[in-house]
Unconditional design. Structure first.
Length: 428
C-alpha cells in the first residue's frame, strides 16, 4: 500500500492527493511519473482547453490549521475509496506494531464540517476603516464599505494559485490564450504597465484606437473562468467575504514586476458592487483618497494607505468603491493580484452564458461576526481625531529606498495604519 492516501483527511484548496483527487483547486491530478492529467469534469465545466497544460507542483503535508472543506473539492466516490485504502493501511501498521506496543492511541480525526468550521472561525475580518474627508461641503467617511479578510487561503493554497498564474502567464506568452485574454504591455519606463490576464470579459481601461470608451467590450471574446478560479469564488461566497447576491462572473489577474503600479481610478460601473482583490507573493499598500495626485512614476499623493498582507482579500463597496479613488504605488518586489467582479447584466459580452457551477451558492451557516477581528493597539473603544494641515508629501522623512517614497500626509507606508484612527482631511 503506498502513501498516496495519507493526506485524505487534510485535503484543502492547496493540498493534493497524488493519483487520488480529481476535483480540487486546480482541477488536475498528479501522476506518479511526474506528469499531470487534467480533470475531465472540471475542464468540461470551465470550458478551458488549456487546463491540460498545467504543471506539477509538490504536494505539501497540511496541518490542521491548513485543512479546508472537501464537499466541493472532492468527488464522493473517490473520497470513500480513499478512506477504505487508509483504513487498510492503518490496519497493516497496527498489526506490525502490536508485538511491541501494548496500546495504540489513534490521532483524533476531525470531520469535514469541523475542519471547515475551524478555519472559518480563524478568519480575521476588518470592517471599520475610517478616513473622513470633506466632499461637496460634507464630512464623509470615504472608506465606508471597505473590508479586509485574512486567513481565507492557507499558505499551500496560495502556492497552488500562484503556480497556476505562472502557468497562465507562460501560456499567454506562447499565444495559447485568446488575444484579448492576455496582455503584456511594453515597459518603456519604470512604473508603467503590468501583465494582465482577463477571464469572463474584456475590459477596456481607456478609450482605444477604435474609439471604444472605457468599459466592457461586449464584442471581444476572452477565455471563460478557469475551474480553479471558480473554486476560489465559491470559497469567497461561502466564507462570507462576498454576498450570494453578487457572485463574480469575471476576473482579472495582475502580474507585477518591481516598479509596476496601478494609477488612481474608480472601478467602472460596468461592474456591480461589491468586488474584491486577493493579494499574493508580497505585501504592498493600496492608497485611497477622494483626490489622489500623481507625483512621479509610480508615486502618488493620497489620504491613507492600507496594507495588503499576503493572502488577504480586500472588499470594496459603498464609498470605498464609488467615492474614494484608489491606486497601487510602484511595488518594491514581485506581486500577483486577482480581482473578482460581477458584471452588470446589461454589459455582459454578447453570447455570455452564466457558469452553472456558480449558481445558487450559499454562505456557510455560521456567524461571521464571531471569528477573530482585527484589534487596534488598545484604541478600539476610544478613537482619536486628528486634524492634519495640508503639506507637501516631500516634507516627510526620506527613506533609503526611492520606490518607497510615496506621499501620504501623516501616514506610513510599510506598516498597517492604526485600525481605529479617524483620519480627517478638511481640504477641498
Amino acid at each position: 500500500m503506498n502513501d498516496n492516501c495519507d493526506n485524505c483527511d487534510t485535503n484543502s484548496l492547496g493540498s493534493w492527493k497524488d493519483a487520488a483527487e480529481t476535483n480540487s483547486m486546480g482541477s488536475w491530478k498528479d501522476g506518479t511519473n511526474g506528469g499531470s492529467e487534467p480533470d475531465q469534469e472540471a475542464s468540461a465545466s470551465s470550458g478551458l482547453a488549456f487546463e491540460s497544460h498545467l504543471a506539477e507542483t509538490p504536494s505539501p503535508r497540511m496541518s490542521w490549521a491548513d485543512m479546508a472543506q472537501e464537499d466541493e473539492l472532492e468527488e464522493e466516490g473517490e473520497e470513500e475509496q480513499c478512506k477504505v485504502n487508509k483504513q487498510v493501511n492503518d490496519g497493516v501498521n497496527v498489526l506490525k506494531e502490536e508485538s511491541s506496543v501494548s496500546k495504540v492511541v489513534q490521532k483524533p480525526m476531525l470531520s469535514r464540517e469541523e475542519r471547515e468550521h475551524m478555519r472559518f472561525m480563524h478568519v480575521r475580518r476588518k470592517k471599520d476603516f475610517i478616513c473622513l474627508e470633506k466632499i461637496k461641503g460634507k464630512i464623509v467617511n470615504i472608506l465606508a464599505g471597505l473590508e479586509l479578510h485574512e486567513g481565507i487561503f492557507s499558505a499551500a493554497e496560495q502556492k497552488r494559485i500562484v503556480d497556476f498564474v505562472h502557468t497562465l502567464n507562460e501560456m499567454g506568452t506562447k499565444g495559447e490564450l485568446k488575444e484579448k485574454t492576455y496582455s503584456a504591455p511594453k515597459k518603456w519606463m519604470r512604473g508603467k504597465g503590468r501583465i494582465t490576464i482577463q477571464f469572463g470579459c474584456c475590459y477596456n481601461y481607456a478609450t482605444d484606437k477604435n474609439g471604444n470608451p472605457p468599459g466592457i467590450l461586449q464584442n471581444e471574446p476572452v477565455d471563460p473562468l478557469p475551474h480553479l478560479f471558480k473554486v476560489i469564488i465559491r470559497r469567497l461566497v461561502k466564507w462570507h467575504v462576498l454576498p450570494p447576491t453578487c457572485v463574480p462572473d469575471s476576473c482579472i489577474v495582475n502580474i507585477y514586476e518591481e516598479g509596476d503600479c496601478i494609477p488612481p481610478h474608480i472601478d467602472n460601473h460596468d461592474f456591480v458592487r461589491p468586488f474584491c482583490t486577493v493579494s499574493f507573493l508580497s505585501e504592498c499598500n493600496i492608497v485611497f483618497g477622494s483626490n489622489l495626485k500623481v507625483v512621479g512614476a509610480g508615486e502618488f499623493a493620497g489620504s491613507i494607505p492600507i496594507a495588503l498582507p499576503v493572502g488577504s482579500v480586500l472588499v470594496l463597496n459603498g464609498n470605498a468603491a464609488d467615492v474614494a479613488k484608489h491606486c497601487v504605488p510602484a511595488v518594491p518586489t514581485k506581486r500577483i493580484s486577482i480581482t473578482f467582479r460581477k458584471m452588470d447584466e446589461s454589459k455582459r459580452p454578447f453570447g455570455f452564458v452564466p457558469e452553472p457551477d456558480l449558481q445558487g451558492i450559499q454562505p456557510l451557516p455560521y456567524d461571521a461576526e464571531k471569528p477573530k477581528i482585527f484589534k487596534s493597539d488598545g484604541l478600539a473603544k476610544k478613537q482619536r481625531v486628528r486634524r492634519e494641515p495640508k503639506m507637501d508629501g516631500r516634507e516627510h522623512g526620506e527613506r533609503s529606498d526611492a520606490r518607497s517614497q510615496h506621499h501620504y500626509p501623516g501616514c506610513y507606508q510599510r506598516r498597517p495604519t492604526d485600525k481605529s484612527r479617524v483620519r480627517v482631511n478638511l481640504g477641498n
